[in-house]
Design a protein around this ligand. Structure first.
Ligand code: FES
Ligand code: FES
Length: 172
């Protein structure tokens, strides 16, 4: 870097302020978890970096790919768009919490049976989007399946098999 260019303007440090820290209790996969986060932390940051739950993936970080999908009070949401400080009192489910007592969820079993994954990067988000759909609509139409999965992109192009998994869960 040339001598006359500095990485930060002179005096910048005095104007920088640390973001306020917040102590929270989150309900994640049925357990209370205490975290200390700054005001800007997203739920995705907190799950991955503070709680070690790396199933939710960081893809676009701007609400476009669905790789970070988790369930919040039963709704499939992009965790990269949620502030952690607003999640107290809400029930958060990640892919790590989808199986129960060592048994995979029917959604996971259907995805495996239909071979509905390739690299796996989008798979946790796809599974949770599908879980939210079937929890609310046990026998969705093809249109409802397409609408429910439309927010989850798959670079590997596993869409045909993902829909086959959803259709098998719908009894078709
Ligand atoms: S990482 Fe959240 S929508 Fe892409
Ligand atoms: S399985 Fe690779 S991105 Fe979907």
């Amino acid at each position: 870097m040339p001598d006359h260019i500095t990485a930060r303007p002179a005096g910048a440090a005095e104007h920088e302020q640390a973001a306020p820290q917040h102590r929270l209790r989150l309900s994640v996969n049925g357990a209370e978890r205490a975290v200390t986060v700054d005001s800007r932390a997203t739920l995705l940051d907190t799950l991955r970096d503070d709680l070690g739950l790396t199933g939710a993936k960081l893809g676009c970080d701007m609400g476009q790919c669905g790789a970070c999908t988790v369930l919040v009070d039963g709704e499939a949401l992009y965790s990269c768009l949620l502030l952690t400080i607003e999640q107290e009192g809400r029930a958060i489910t990640t892919i790590e919490g989808l199986s129960s007592a060592g048994e995979l969820d029917p959604v996971q079993r259907a995805m495996i049976a239909q071979d509905a994954l390739q690299c796996g990067f989008c798979t946790p988000g796809q599974a949770l989007a599908m879980k939210a759909l079937f929890d609310h609509t046990p026998h969705p139409s093809d249109e409802e399946i397409d609408r429910a999965l439309a927010g989850n992109l798959c670079r590997c192009g596993a869409y045909v098999k993902l829909r086959a998994a959803a259709r098998s869960l719908a009894g078709r």
